[in-house]
Design a protein around this ligand. Structure first.
Ligand SMILES: C[S@@+](CC[C@H](N)C(=O)[O-])C[C@H]1O[C@@H](n2cnc3c(N)ncnc32)[C@H](O)[C@@H]1O
Length: 390
């Protein structure tokens, strides 16, 4: 049987943060320290156990022991973490808690489903999750019977239907750990796992951020037209304001243009008042000194989007976001055009298709990007990320 630190090491992937529920005497914490995590949180209900673990790791700065009921405490903790985590869910009723030692006794159901609900509400849907003591979820002991393995598996699939769920050996028992891990990526992974709005409409801000974590930014230059005031339902505002990108923003209406200038007054943004047409787009980009391989082009003009995309010949942005008024016939047409221009579809968000240059496509590890694999837009999806700008 593997020792626990080896199990943590084997499933660490790119996680620097480790979270355990149920500290007990701190052996899980010790294994996480040995596995090399940079930050280790452990949540324990009983005061005396919290005290013992805090004393044991008082000289280890990366270890934080939190007192609380694990479901609630985990939900609170996750509000402050925005990176991959390895979870070790190991809090459960303890038949050996002597009442005299612990005036508070847990009477609630197993916390694991509540813990998984907290993980489900986190913005990242790809954390690796280890759930210890699988045998108590498949046994018939009355102490444990209130949660069964199938409920846990259903909850894991709610977090991410792409989880591969297997049972692996723990340090003490065969096949006693439930392991949920992402091994393959479906067509919708960027949208499903990373979609969120800052000013975008259908999760594009989160998708775009993730895209530029996957590929190298060449020049941090983006172009958007029908820029309006630069904010409402815009896909480049976040890059400019929060990530220091430079930009060309084009808007034709007087009133919007005045607001656009105000929005970006202290930023590296060239605001152009112009009607963008297939006949002038390349000229406008050239006159604005946009590099030919600029990072992102967002085409969202509610009309001649396809024609504008078609008109781009000499410029080769790394990423193109194209509004194509789904349903699928328009998406199919846009994908066909993108292919002739050397681009591949990597995401569909609301009414937008997002393409990358073909040589970058393998970096996204999408098994099959045929149009039929992308979720069709339905009205209810509009509410997935909330309508912050209403
Ligand atoms: C099996 S032990 C944990 C062992 C430890 N994780 C390790 O790897 O050595 C279970 C621990 O979970 C704690 N626990 C049970 N229910 C809990 C809850 N709802 N919230 C926090 N801790 C809980 C118990 O007090 C006990 O210390």
């Amino acid at each position: 049987m593997p020792v626990t630190s080896e199990i943590f090491k084997a499933h660490k992937q790119d996680a620097k943060v480790f979270i355990e529920t149920g500290s007990y005497v701190g052996d899980g914490i010790q294994a996480a320290v040995e596995a090399g995590f940079e930050t280790i949180y452990s949540i324990e209900f009983y005061d005396n156990r919290v005290g013992r673990c805090r004393a044991r790791f008082k000289d280890v700065a990366c270890v934080k022991v939190i007192q609380g009921n694990s479901g609630e405490a985990l939900a609170e903790l996750l509000k402050h973490i925005n990176e991959p985590i390895l979870f070790w869910l190991d809090a459960h009723y303890d038949a050996y808690v002597p009442e005299s030692d612990n005036p508070k006794i847990l009477t609630e159901p197993q916390p694991v489903l509540q813990e998984l609900e907290a993980i489900k509400n986190h913005s990242i849907k790809t954390h690796t999750i280890l759930i210890d003591d699988r045998r108590i979820f498949i046994g018939d002991s009355p102490v444990w019977h209130n949660t069964v393995e199938s409920q846990i598996v259903d909850k894991l699939k709610e977090i991410n239907p792409e989880y591969e769920i297997t049972n692996i050996d723990s340090a003490c028992f065969p096949k006693d750990i439930i392991l949920a891990k992402i091994t393959t990526k479906g067509a919708n992974w960027l949208y499903d796992w990373y979609g969120h709005n800052i000013t975008s409409q259908h999760g594009e801000d989160g998708v775009i951020e993730k895209i530029f974590q996957v590929i190298k930014q060449l020049n941090k230059v983006c172009v958007e037209f029908d820029a309006m005031n630069g904010i409402v339902w815009k896909n480049t505002y976040n890059l400019i304001m929060n990530h220091g990108w430079r930009s060309v923003q084009i808007e034709m209406r007087d009133d919007y243009f005045k607001d656009l200038i105000k929005t970006y007054k202290d930023k590296h943004v060239a605001c152009i008042k112009e009607v963008v047409l297939p006949t002038n787009l390349e000229r406008l980009l050239t006159q604005s000194n946009v590099p030919q391989d600029f990072d992102l082009l967002s085409i969202d003009v509610d009309g001649i989007d396809y024609e504008l995309f078609e008109s781009i010949k000499t410029f080769k942005p790394q990423v193109i976001l194209l509004e194509c008024d789904l349903p699928h016939e328009n998406l199919i047409k846009a994908v066909a055009l993108a292919k002739t221009k050397g681009y591949e579809l990597i995401a569909v968000t609301g009414v937008n298709a997002i393409f990358v240059k073909r040589d970058l496509y393998p970096l996204f590890e999408i098994k099959n990007n045929s149009v039929k694999n992308y979720k069709v837009w339905t009205e209810s999806r509009q509410f997935k990320f909330g309508l912050e700008l209403q």
